[in-house]
Design a protein around this ligand. Structure first.
Ligand code: ATP
Ligand code: MG
Length: 791
């Protein structure tokens, strides 16, 4: 027995590292060490060690060379005890000789040549022996626990805190699962070293970030920096020697150093070329790996593979150093406070069950688990007192050795958690989870950017315009990477997914306020976090199962009581407007003003309604804006011919025409936070629009980037309304069909930035519901068109 096989445990007892067994005291340790299992593993280990010492790694022969041919050749130097070819008889073989002397004899020959091919022969790399226990079921195949099973288990717990701890235990990777992953990494490392000298394989992501679950994928980074240096050095050596006239030997040396590398220059080749090579090595030389596929067109190009025995899926990338570092950051967060892991597991599982994150079908704009985890970290930075420190604070705590800059980004934080003071915050898990949902259901995702560096939310307008230091790709959810500050981790999310995410946060928040969340049911009902995890579309949450809680999708506030919603979307705004918003603290008001003008344009010009502002507009001479919503620069007041109160009455100021503003109208109307219009609709402009469009031979050729929906131009829609009006013969405008008020509010700051427009009928009419239904989708789409027009 080697002493290093036994490790004393902090809580008493010992662990036998060789057998992966824990024992409570010294007598049982002695029994174990004398026992059958330990003795057997000792002898297996010593046998493997001696085999390794007698083994050679050989490559460079023709593809398809047989076991026998290799045996024949090496028998010239002694006994060939065993030959193991790589699985596809591809590129290498391991040869076990009779003893170490014979090995040395083989190695003393400077150049081996077989069937006209120069061979590369060297000692086989020695690797530490590790025992892999036999399993009934391969751990890689074990996926998420069945929801029924989970329900039964967790509902027995005494409180939510215990439920959350149990959830963690059910899902976290076991020691043997971690060992299996380590073994796969060392297997890959061993083979890759043969082809890419000095390379390193570094695992990152959920396999090692402390948030992994059974069967999660293995994200691996193949670090070729040292290999590149090795190759560059070898090449320059060849060149020097060529110059010195020893060309033959020098050439041979490079090839013998590395046959694969002679085909590629790592310094100049592109990612796809290197990944193809990685795929070849994986496919041909690594035993137990199959379904190898290089995916070089993805945002992050990778080589995918599956480890046959365990079913584990792996991805190898070559340009992902930052991910290795942010994985270490997550590890640090997990180690700083024991509440971090149960919280992250709960939120990740919730997001999976609600189909918000961890896209199982590949592709599609879902949140990824990394983004979800960062949201939990940010929330914990924002507790009072904070549970986790900000990234900037961590930087301050780091010492010289911890300094780390990757791709120009400062990724410094302490390597050791002991440098960080424990948090004085003592909130329980149940309360923290409820607060998480409260925090984000009141969060302005569209109007702010989550910054983990500072632990605060910045206005989006700090990130636009030429002066901003980091050019984030802004969207409905903005999470700045903690280190790569120009990267929005949820930049892939579209408007629809963003809305879905917020709706689920809202529902979860409401549920967490109920007694069903906080207290164990004494009637055997589903309670606590289990109900939070009910899968979307689950029939389990029908009222029959739970009469006291309505689990049906909560109607979005915006959709109740005839409210239209126009979300804040920077992408719809012109460069000019964005610049105007840059750094502005009242960007919401500026944007609201734009929305109001756009809505008014849609109602009046596109739909031919009459609108009178009754509340909420004012004149600001210092904020003169040029309106060109009609797209042609024509005067927008064409319809303003009468003053009967049926048409727009807000103050409009004409300025003398100059050559540059010839046909532009100057508006000075400024809408602030709330505005109400009295409106009248003269014709059934919502009926038969599609048919009318066809009749007018208008082509609908502009599918929306997010929804794929076809959105017509303002001009087309305007003409359609005019034609409907004419068809109905209501040009006289004697009596309106529907009269209603439009009341627009600016929302934002404590919730998502948006404009909500309440539509209220003044007189009861059966036409109103269908008219509102039409406005609900028409107005937001057309308002966006107006923003585009105003560029
Ligand atoms: P799982 O694989 O279980 O879904 P994970 O944490 O491994 O969870 P992946 O999506 O596989 O998540 O990402 C692996 C790692 O890649 C992350 O830990 C992170 O380091 C990096 N990563 C993933 N997505 C992003 C992203 N959008 N921006 C920056 N880094 C990312
Ligand atoms: Mg992963």
């Amino acid at each position: 027995m080697s002493v290093s096989d036994v490790e004393p445990l902090a809580r008493g007892g010992y662990r036998c590292l060789l057998c992966d067994v824990r024992v409570p005291n010294s007598p049982s340790l002695n029994d174990h060490l004398k026992g059958k299992k330990h003795q057997k593993l000792l002898s297996v280990r010593s046998c493997r060690k001696s085999q390794q010492e007698k083994s050679l790694f050989v490559s460079g022969f023709h593809k398809g060379t047989s076991n026998l041919e290799i045996t024949d050749y090496f028998q010239n130097f002694g006994t060939v005890a065993n030959v193991i070819m790589d699985k596809d008889k591809g590129l290498y073989a391991i040869i076990e000789m009779g003893d170490t002397e014979e090995v040395e004899k083989v190695l003393s020959i400077t150049q081996h040549c077989m069937n006209g091919q120069k061979l590369r022969v060297k000692h086989k790399e020695t690797k530490e022996f590790k025992y892999i226990p036999k399993r009934k079921q391969s751990p890689g195949k074990k996926q998420w626990i069945d929801f029924e099973e989970l329900t039964q288990g967790l509902c027995q717990a005494v409180d939510v805190d215990e439920q959350m701890k149990q959830l963690l235990q059910l899902f976290e990777l076991t020691e043997s699962e971690k060992t299996l992953r380590e073994l796969i990494v060392s297997l890959l490392q061993e083979v890759f070293l043969e082809f890419f000298p000095s390379c390193r394989i570094l695992p990152f992501g959920s396999s090692v970030n402390a948030f992994g679950i059974h069967g999660c994928d293995m994200d691996l980074f193949l670090d070729l920096e040292n290999t590149k240096a090795f190759q560059a050095h070898a090449r320059s050596k060849v060149e020097t020697e060529e110059v010195n006239g020893i060309k033959e030997d020098a050439q041979f040396e490079t090839q013998s150093e590395d046959s694969i590398l002679s085909d590629i220059d790592l310094g100049t080749s592109n990612t796809a070329e290197v990944l193809q090579l990685v795929a070849t090595v994986l496919q041909k030389c690594v035993p137990g790996i199959h379904k190898v596929q290089a995916v070089t067109t993805a945002r992050l190009p990778v080589v995918k593979f599956i480890h046959k025995e365990s079913g584990l899926q792996g991805d190898i990338s070559i340009n992902n150093r930052l991910a290795v570092r942010n994985t270490q950051f997550l590890q640090l967060c997990a180690s700083l406070d024991q509440r971090v892991r149960p919280l992250v597991y709960a939120v990740r599982y919730w997001a999976k069950q609600k189909q918000l994150a961890g896209n199982p079908f590949g592709g599609g704009p879902l949140m990824n688990n990394y983004a979800v985890t960062l949201l939990v970290v940010f929330f914990l930075q924002n507790r009072t007192p904070p549970v986790l420190p900000t990234v900037n604070h961590l930087k301050e705590l780091a010492d010289e050795d911890d300094q780390c800059v990757i791709d120009g980004w400062d990724c410094t934080f302490p390597s050791n958690q002991s440098k960080v003071e424990p948090s004085p915050n003592s909130e329980g898990l149940c309360g923290l989870l409820a607060e998480f949902y409260k925090f984000y259901s009141q969060f302005d995702f569209a109007g702010t950017v989550v910054s983990l560096s500072e632990g605060k939310a910045h206005l989006v307008t700090d990130f636009i315009g030429p002066e901003s230091e980091t050019n984030l790709r802004l969207g409905p959810i903005n999470i700045q990477d903690p280190f790569e500050l120009s990267h929005n981790v949820s930049g892939n999310i579209n408007e629809r997914t963003g809305q879905k995410f917020k709706r689920q946060l809202d529902e979860a928040f409401k549920y967490c306020r109920s007694l069903q969340y906080q207290r164990k049911s004494n009637k055997g009902k589903i309670w606590g976090i289990v109900r939070l995890f009910q899968p979307l579309n689950s029939t389990d949450c029908s009222p029959a199962h739970s009469p006291e809680v309505d689990c049906s999708p909560v109607k979005e506030l915006n959709h109740s009581g005839n409210v239209l919603t126009i979300p804040f979307k920077l992408s719809c705004l012109s460069e000019q407007t964005r610049e105007k918003l840059h750094g502005s603290s009242d960007f919401r008001e500026i944007w609201f003003n734009k929305v109001c003008h756009a809505v008014l344009y849609v109602m009046e010009t596109v739909l031919k309604c009459g609108c009178t502002c009754t509340e909420g507009s004012g004149v600001r001479i210092d904020d003169i804006k040029i309106s060109s919503f009609d797209g042609n620069g024509n005067d927008n007041d064409n319809d303003n011919e009468d003053n009967t109160g049926l048409k727009r009455k807000h103050p409009v100021e004409e300025i003398p025409e100059t050559s540059s503003t010839k046909k532009a109208r100057i508006e000075t109307v400024q809408y602030r936070r709330k505005v109400t219009w009295h409106c009248e609709v003269w014709s059934r402009v919502w009926v038969g629009r599609r048919k009318m469009r066809r009749q007018l031979h208008f082509r609908t050729t502009e599918p929306d980037a997010n929804t794929g929906e076809v959105v017509n131009s303002l001009e087309i829609e305007e003409n359609v309304s005019a034609a409907i009006l004419q068809q109905e013969g209501r040009g006289d405008k004697s009596s309106p069909l529907i009269t209603f008020t439009l009341c627009a509010f600016l929302v934002g700051g404590n919730e998502d930035t948006r404009t909500t427009i309440r539509v209220t009928p003044i007189q009861h009419t059966t036409l109103f519901p269908e008219f509102f239904h039409f406005l609900e989708s028409f107005v937001p789409k057309m308002a966006e068109k107006c923003f585009e027009k105003s560029e």
